[in-house]
Ligand binder design. Structure first.
Ligand SMILES: *[C@@H]1O[C@H](CO)[C@@H](O)[C@H](O)[C@H]1NC(C)=O
Ligand SMILES: *[C@@H]1O[C@H](CO)[C@@H](O)[C@H](O)[C@H]1NC(C)=O
Ligand SMILES: *[C@@H]1O[C@H](CO)[C@@H](O)[C@H](O)[C@H]1NC(C)=O
Ligand SMILES: *[C@@H]1O[C@H](CO)[C@@H](O)[C@H](O)[C@H]1NC(C)=O
Length: 400
């Protein structure tokens, strides 16, 4: 102020003080409203109806996070996953897997005879448990957990959207009578439940109450969407709902001769026409190439698979968990799956012996990369995707 009085003539200073006082009065008169008055109102629009299924288009496929489990030393696989994720617009986080010998003996829950899983299988169990632990610790509402050697179709978002709509038909209440479900054996068969229920056709899905918490529905524990074999729920499985959503002419499903399953009988291939996809509760799952967990599902897995005796590889423990097996827990766990799976092994060019850190794949060299059962693989179309092209390579063209 001193400086101003020396520089400016008094007249100017008084004019300035007067201006400040007048402004202050105007502000007070408007009841302290400091917000400028808007004279132009933009036309009010009704908000567009939001469809929670659209969240599946986001960079984490409608889950809160995508976690990729694998050994940090397998830099080759992280390179591959990083590229595939970029080409599919996915945001992924790596979770460090562990070498079996680095898991402290004392840290392995075990029975009195001290027998437990050892070697690479133990490391793989720990890697998956690290991912599950992260979901629980960070309170993620859901996470998709992938293994670092998997691949998927370029239409993964459409596939997952179809999967989600099928899941709604199986687990969301009917709009016409919100106390019941299209699958009369959901959430759990009763003593009077039929041993089988009619297929629900995908092109005539019942109207169900839209889910609020996840685009995949409410109340699921696990979405086992990447595997090497499943079974439809068997008639005598008292714990598991029997419903199936069946979709014909899903062109992302290769002809049956290109499909295989580690589970026999492979009912999907034997009983249904080519290009059929089924969504149902997961029984006898093998391989955990890709699975999503909800927060509650992750907590249950931490309890039943993390804190109980580590007697078997992780995928078998997850199968026992989903099946409601007496060996793990007879509680009903809500695990959904699709056949064929949506995430499959990618087999790179290279020595068979380097293909896996767990199993022994023998000698020999693979000259051509491929991905099991995926028609328009992201990995195998990397160059076309990077070039912005649309002439995608189909690994399993139809016979005709
Ligand atoms: C994607 O959608 C899911 C489900 O609504 C949400 O949890 C997740 O935060 C979203 N991800 C991103 C990156 O917006
Ligand atoms: C975890 O998330 C749920 C759902 O958003 C919230 O209700 C709960 O308070 C959170 N828990 C913690 C510990 O932040
Ligand atoms: C979401 O993705 C699907 C399949 O790619 C597309 O058909 C649909 O228009 C997308 N929806 C939104 C809201 O972006
Ligand atoms: C599936 O396609 C193959 C090859 O075109 C054909 O030989 C076979 O009969 C088809 N299977 C069924 C069940 O239609």
């Amino acid at each position: 102020m001193l400086q101003i009085t020396t520089v400016l003539p008094k007249r100017v200073l008084w004019a300035f003080v007067a201006a400040v006082l007048v402004s202050a009065l105007i502000v007070l008169q408007r009841g302290q409203r400091l917000v400028p008055v808007v004279t132009h109102h933009p036309a009010k629009k009704a908000p567009a109806p939001t469809n929670i299924l659209d969240d599946i288009n986001n960079s984490t496929l409608g889950f809160e996070k995508i976690l990729v489990v694998g050994l940090p030393s397998r830099t080759d696989r992280r390179d591959g996953m990083t590229l595939q994720a970029a080409l599919s617009n996915l945001d992924i986080r790596f979770v460090d897997g562990v070498v079996g010998s680095n898991v402290l003996e004392k840290a392995v829950p075990k029975p009195q005879n001290k027998e437990h899983l050892r070697g690479p299988g133990l490391g793989s169990w720990r890697g998956h448990m690290n991912a599950i632990q992260k979901v629980v610790r960070r309170n993620l509402s859901s996470a998709l957990i992938l293994e670092d050697d998997c691949d998927w179709d370029i239409s993964i978002r459409q596939q997952l959207r179809d999967f989600a709509r099928s899941a709604h038909a199986l687990t969301q209440p009917l709009q016409s009578s919100p106390g019941s479900y299209a699958d009369p054996t959901y959430p759990q068969p009763s003593n009077s439940s039929p041993p089988t229920v009619p297929d629900i056709p995908f092109d005539k899905l019942p109207a169900t109450v839209p889910p609020k918490s996840s685009p995949y529905g409410e109340g699921w524990d696990v979405l086992w969407v990447g595997h090497c074999g499943m079974h439809f729920p068997s008639k005598d499985n008292k714990a598991m709902p029997k419903g199936r959503v069946v979709r014909y002419n899903d062109m992302t499903v290769p002809e049956m001769r290109h499909l295989w399953s580690l589970n026999v009988p492979f009912t999907l291939a034997q009983k249904y026409p080519n290009h059929t996809r089924a969504v149902h509760h997961a029984q006898d799952g093998v391989c955990t190439l890709g699975y999503a967990v909800s927060q509650r599902g992750a907590q249950k897995i931490l309890y039943h698979v993390g804190l109980k005796e580590v007697t078997d590889p992780f995928d078998i423990l997850l199968k026992l968990f989903c099946d409601g097996s007496a060996r793990r827990s007879t509680d009903m766990h809500n695990c959904l799956t699709t056949q064929p799976g949506l995430f499959h092994h990618h087999r790179t060019v290279g020595h068979h012996s380097e293909a896996s850190d767990i199993g022994d794949h023998g000698d020999g060299f693979r000259d051509n990369a491929y991905t099991d059962m995926v028609r328009w693989s992201v990995r195998l179309n990397a160059i076309e995707l990077m070039n912005g092209g649309t002439s995608f390579h189909d690994q399993f063209p139809d016979d005709s």
